[in-house]
Design a protein around this ligand. Structure first.
Ligand code: ATP
Ligand code: MG
Length: 434
């Protein structure tokens, strides 16, 4: 067989003449004279036709070719309007590399079956499209922060303090120790010490949360893009969040039109994100709109529920940045608003179309004693946080940051019903296999 293989896309771009390609049998059908094999690789799918007159001796093998067999193919490519992707290869020579018999995934399986066979379902055109968009999203996050002069920095995954509330902490039996080591829920307490060294830092790393409620937006292991900036005020933090989301959506629109089409995503829903400024409002303003326009009164001091966020975001075609939440509903490290000590300089970015929170961010409380007080109120022992409290002892500066749930943004960009499809092997309370 010829040595120089083209990807299926490259072969289609060439459009005519002899080509060698390799991949997996995506579908097959035929009669006793002709066999049609649609061959898939990471780039595309192409119809290959084998004629019995050319392969009299091998016909039995060809007749038995099954889905997901891996193949090398040598043949002649030409345009063909009737072929599903517009081109056809008439096969001259072929070789089976790896057999596949009775591939378990056929048609119309339950979500449960597909989850059990996730390792195989990854090969579906739907998952391939999502995984390509996922790759673009990760690349774009790195590119955005690096363009803005950030350093990539890494926090530990084994952590000895909690940051986002004890109820979602995963404890690790670290050499037999109990209640001392946890999987990171966020990088934050280990990132703040590093702004004194690098000033502008970011990461993309797994975060772990023991989410006990079943929702379509919570995983127990998710990828968390986080940033922290020295000297920044609260508005700058929100500006970076808006800049990042715009950049990510723009990159996906540039690179993944085909994949979005396969996922039947309406591009008109994504285009405004790049072009229009996001809507910014305070929690108080959000309550007023909920009451007046949505007929959903919320008592001041209550966090917004999913249903309220959904109603609110459906009023706009761009993300909504809600800021200045009541202190009681937000984390211990957020700065009080200088004009109103009952609210904090914290914000949530809510995606349009009811996709919910994609970013949580804040300006960080600078006062040592205030932080200690709030830790105690949460039942924490400030002694455990000594290393963190040093950030407020030695040359403290105003700073802030945010965390973006990478699967949340992928779910929204792809228009998926559930966050589980945005990651290769989703982890939830019930699902940790395969
Ligand atoms: P939620 O209210 O949706 O549980 P949160 O307030 O707990 O979110 P943060 O602690 O602010 O979230 O975390 C930062 C970001 O991480 C969120 O804006 C979201 O995009 C993402 N995120 C949080 N929890 C999860 C999870 N369990 N699975 C996937 N992404 C998550
Ligand atoms: Mg949460």
């Amino acid at each position: 067989m010829a040595a120089k293989y083209l990807s299926i896309q490259e072969a289609m771009d060439k459009g005519s003449g002899k080509v060698s390609v390799r991949g997996w049998v995506h579908r097959e059908r035929g009669s006793n004279k002709l066999k049609f094999v649609s061959l898939r690789d990471s780039t595309n799918v192409i119809q290959c036709v084998l004629k019995r007159e050319d392969f009299e001796k091998q016909w039995e093998d060809i007749d038995h070719l099954q889905v997901e067999t891996s193949l090398l193919i040598n043949g002649e490519i030409k345009k063909d309007e009737r072929a599903p992707t517009g081109y056809e290869i008439r096969v001259i020579e072929f070789k089976v590399v790896g057999k596949s018999e009775n591939y378990p995934i056929t048609k119309d399986h339950s979500p449960e079956f597909l989850a059990d066979n996730r390792h195989l379902w990854l090969r579906s055109r739907r998952m391939i499209s999502i995984l390509k968009i996922r790759s673009t999203v990760f690349g774009a996050i790195h590119e955005y922060f690096r363009n803005e002069g950030f350093y990539e920095y890494h926090s530990p995954i084994f952590q000895s303090v909690q940051c986002e509330g004890g109820s979602t902490l995963f404890e690790v039996p670290y050499f037999g120790k109990r209640k001392e080591v946890f999987l990171g829920q966020t990088w934050q307490l280990y990132a703040e010490p590093a702004i004194f060294a690098l000033e502008k830092i970011y990461t993309i790393s797994p975060s772990f949360r023991a989410e006990k409620s079943k929702t379509s937006r919570h995983l127990t292991e998710y990828w968390h893009a986080e940033m922290e900036v020295a000297w920044a005020d609260f508005k700058e933090i929100m500006d970076y969040g808006e800049g990042l989301i715009k950049f990510v959506v723009q990159k996906v629109l540039e690179k993944n039109k085909e994949e979005l089409k396969l996922l039947e995503r309406d591009l008109k829903k994504l285009e405004p994100i790049v072009k229009k400024p996001f809507i910014r409002m305070t929690y108080d303003e959000a309550l007023k709109i909920l009451k007046d326009k949505c007929k959903m009164p919320v008592t001041w001091g209550k966090d917004l529920r999913t249903i309220e966020e959904e109603k609110l975001t459906k009023l706009y075609d761009v993300p909504l940045i809600v800021s200045h939440y009541p202190k009681v509903v937000k984390a211990f490290y957020m700065t009080e608003d200088p004009k109103n000590p009952d609210v904090v300089q914290g914000c949530d970015f809510l995606a349009p179309e009811g996709y919910g929170e994609i970013i949580g961010g804040s300006h960080r409380e600078p006062e040592l004693e205030e932080i200690k007080k709030r830790l105690k109120e949460q039942g924490e022992d400030p002694k455990e946080y000594e290393f963190y409290l040093d950030t407020r002892r030695y040359g403290s500066v105003p700073h802030g940051g945010f965390g973006l749930g990478v699967e949340r943004i992928i779910t929204w960009i792809c228009g998926l019903d559930n966050i589980k499809d945005s990651i290769p092997f989703p982890r939830t309370m019930e699902r940790y296999r395969p």
